[in-house]
Design a protein around this ligand. Structure first.
Ligand SMILES: Cc1cc2nc3c(=O)[nH]c(=O)nc-3n(C[C@H](O)[C@H](O)[C@H](O)COP(=O)(O)OP(=O)(O)OC[C@H]3O[C@@H](n4cnc5c(N)ncnc54)[C@H](O)[C@@H]3O)c2cc1C
Length: 406
């Protein structure tokens, strides 16, 4: 009912409690957590459908715990491949250590690494959103301008059925590395792009038969020939560094170069054994802040890192899930402003001091060209295999459990 004593133009009603820009893995899971908790959510995704491009394939234990709360862990585990250990290897010497996750069974319900394409999980989350009465998911809906007016947030949607202006109390920018939300808020994104690109070659050749002592996730150290071998539900993925000396992207992706690299791992195979090839730039960047009033940045919009350790998407899912928990408490009437500030500081610190350092450290260790340091690193990895306490501490970190403590 309108107030007869009120003056001035009527304030239009809000379309939702939260607008989530971006329906990638982070936006979709954040929106699902919010809607399941009782907030009205609109997700705006510029693409027609979730891309199948080969990006994240690793789900760490704490991410599986969060996905379990959303009912997604079990179906994802059914679709994925369970890695019960992972290895550090040397390109010439072979296996150095096989690190078994069972030592984490007192710390998590999911003491393993799940290998599955991120698009599988994103599609599951979007399908679950479609079932939620409090959620709307709109593909083909690109967000352009963002405004903050009278304590709420307005966005202009440039395409799709929700084209026009929509309003909500909160806005979550889950719109990836080139975030429009971050740019519209004028938030800096500082760091660097690595000189190497990453060449990813997928194959259905059963590598575990060709290299019988490997695990489902293997980091192979060498100053020049370092690479990563990872099992996915659809086959194996081989990741190589592509240094600037290999030339342009076209040069790197030229069929003869791709085959040459592939044969470093599988010398007797031909091009018909290659399923899929992609080349990525790799960055290490973090947003100057993750909160601006009732607008928040999560996932790649907030931070990007190299994929050595598989932490980018995982930490993004953690950002969004933890943010949603606080917003839901606020929705229930609690005062949460200070908690939102703490969330923003803590998640930024995790991106800088945990994910950034871990992934950088992993990469440096794999490609170190100093023979003394390489020998010391090999000895340190071997020691992990022989010392349960040290291996436990190490795996708490590499599986990201420790990033959520304290
Ligand atoms: C080779 C490679 C391997 C990787 N491996 C791993 C791994 O094993 N584990 C891991 O944790 N991470 C990994 N990552 C990182 C992971 O892929 C990303 O961290 C993850 O995709 C981030 O998810 P996101 O939802 O934040 O962003 P994105 O996946 O980029 O999704 C953002 C979405 O926002 C949409 N969007 C953008 N702008 C707008 C707009 N203006 N309006 C509406 N929609 C918009 C986009 O279309 C997109 O769908 C890897 C990355 C690469 C490149």
């Amino acid at each position: 009912m309108s107030d007869p004593t009120a003056t001035g133009p009527a304030v239009p009603p809000l379309d939702a409690d939260v607008i989530v820009v971006g329906g990638g893995p982070v936006g979709a899971t954040t929106a699902l957590k919010l809607a399941r908790g009782g907030m009205r959510v609109i997700v705006l995704e510029q693409r027609e459908a979730t891309g199948l491009e080969e990006r994240a394939t690793t789900f760490h234990p704490p991410t599986l715990e969060m996905l379990d709360d959303l009912g997604l862990a079990e179906p994802l585990i059914e679709r994925g491949v369970r890695a019960d250990s992972y290895q550090f290897r040397d390109a010439k010497l072979g296996k150095i250590v096989d690190l078994r996750f069972d030592i984490l069974s007192g710390d998590t319900r999911f003491p393993f690494r799940l290998q599955c394409e991120q698009s599988v999980m994103t599609r599951m989350a979007i399908a679950a959103l479609d079932e939620e009465p409090l959620a709307e998911y709109h593909p083909n809906s690109r967000v352009g301008t963002i405004r903050r007016i009278d304590g709420h947030v307005e966005v202009d949607v440039q395409s799709g059925p929700r084209r026009g202006t929509i309003r909500a109390a909160h806005l979550v920018g889950a719109d990836g590395m080139r975030s429009t939300v971050r740019e519209q808020l004028g938030i800096g994104f500082h760091g660097h792009t690595y000189p190497e690109r990453f060449l990813v070659i997928s194959t259905q050749v059963p590598l575990q038969e060709e290299l019988p002592d490997i695990a489902y996730v293997n980091y192979i150290a060498d100053p020049v020939d370092w690479h990563v071998l990872m099992r996915n539900p659809s086959g194996w993925r081989i990741l190589f560094p592509a240094p600037p000396s290999w030339g342009s992207d076209e040069d790197v992706l030229a069929p003869d170069n791709v085959l040459r690299q592939f044969r470093r791992v599988l010398p007797d195979r031909d091009a018909d054994a290659i399923d899929w090839v992609t080349l990525y730039e790799v960055h290490r960047k973090v947003a100057d802040r993750l909160r601006d009033g009732s607008t928040y940045l999560v996932g790649d919009a907030a931070h990007v890192n190299n994929p050595m350790g598989g932490m980018g998407m995982n930490s993004g899912v953690h950002d969004g899930y933890l943010l949603a928990e606080i917003l839901l408490r606020g929705h229930a009437g609690e005062e949460v402003d200070a908690d939102l500030d703490r969330w923003a500081e803590r998640r930024r610190a995790v991106a800088l001091d945990f994910v950034g350092k871990e992934t950088e450290g992993n990469w440096s260790a794999l490609r170190d060209d100093d023979e003394q340091r390489r020998a010391a690193q090999r000895a340190a990895w071997e020691a992990l295999g022989a010392d349960d306490e040290a291996r436990h501490e190490f795996l708490l970190t590499s599986s990201m459990l420790s990033s959520l403590r304290g």
